[in-house]
Design a protein. Structure first.
Ligand code: ADP
Ligand code: MG
Length: 301
């Protein structure tokens, strides 16, 4: 098959591995810089252009869209979808998962376990918002933060109020969330491909850190999921509409709760800690599903 990896950095572990593994499986694999793609949006002959030429018709794309380029990146993915190219993750699904508020609402709608979460616009409502998620300590997070940046733990109600007011003053959109203390700085990354959780790891934050992100110095180890955790991860991926994703869970006293669903989950941590060929499984998924116009949304928005 002719497959393109949309990535801005060919040197990243995930990008390199996907290319190597794809080639080893007999595919023709190109790495394309998402931001250097440009689009011909003419009716009935939509095309993606790259370095002065029209790109060939790919059978499938693997979008690895960084959080900072979601707007442009999803437009490029949508363009491929309009041309009938199969995308491992569809543009609409990527947009959904990138917005923490939108994804929490979609997950809540389907009764998937979540930490109690609130969202408000006006500082007048801050006190009640805090009370509603159970009071301090609580977590405040920027809607579009990643890698743990923009996630703050407020230990007291006073601290929570002033941090929330400061963010509101800056016109930053934030969620206010119950702090799952019993998770003890660890979370569980469930790697989902299609209808299966293919691997899972437990990430533990560095000493004294409540955020378990590997980018913040966390460490990873293999973990066995409970049935309930597995079902929660699969449901969350399904609600988002993502074919390949990382579902992050916390173990709370009330069962698993979803933190977020990542549409470009890193491969290095999960492949190293589980010793599984996740990249190969992504290609298996493509080989089974990449048929022309096989996307669910077909670029519908
Ligand atoms: P990011 O997109 O920046 O990774 P997350 O929402 O995943 O943001 O939060 C980063 C980390 O902070 C999580 O992996 C988790 O370890 C910790 N964390 C986030 N929210 C909570 C919470 N409500 N209770 C306990 N820990 C949390
Ligand atoms: Mg996270």
């Amino acid at each position: 098959m002719k497959i393109a990896i949309l990535s801005r950095n060919p040197k990243l572990y995930s990008t390199r591995r996907l290319k190597e593994v794809g080639i080893a499986r007999g595919h023709d694999v190109d790495i394309i810089n998402t931001l250097h793609c440009y689009m011909d949006i003419t009716s009935s002959k939509s095309a993606v252009r790259y370095k002065g030429e029209e790109l060939p018709q790919y059978d499938a794309i693997i979008p690895r869209i960084g959080a900072s380029v979601t707007f442009y990146g999803t437009a490029v993915v949508r363009q491929f979808e309009m041309m009938g190219t199969f995308s491992v993750n569809e543009s609409v699904a990527i947009s959904r998962s990138r917005d923490k508020l939108r994804s929490m609402q979609l997950l809540a709608r389907k009764n998937i376990g979540l930490p109690r979460t609130g969202f408000a616009n006006s500082p007048d409502n801050v006190k009640d918002l805090i009370k509603n998620v159970g009071g301090a300590p609580l977590v405040i997070k920027l809607l579009e933060g990643t890698q743990g940046i923009g996630v703050v733990l407020a230990e007291t109600t006073k601290a929570a109020e002033s941090v929330i007011e400061a963010f509101m003053g800056l016109k930053a959109n934030i969620l206010v969330q119950e702090f799952i203390k019993e998770a003890a700085g660890a979370d569980i990354r469930c790697f989902v491909i299609g209808e299966k959780v293919v691997a899972a790891m437990r990430r533990q934050g560095a000493e004294g850190e409540f955020r378990s992100n590997l980018h913040r110095g966390g460490s990873a180890e293999v973990i066995k999921l409970t049935k309930e955790e597995r079902a929660t991860a699969l449901n969350a991926a399904k609600v988002m509409g993502l074919g390949v994703c990382g579902v992050d869970l916390l173990r709370s006293n009330n069962g698993p709760v979803v933190m977020e669903v990542n549409s470009s989950p890193g491969l290095e941590g999960i492949e190293t800690s589980t010793q599984k060929d996740i990249s190969g499984m992504i290609f298996e998924y493509i080989e089974k599903n990449a048929k022309p116009f096989h996307n669910k949304t077909k670029g519908k928005g």
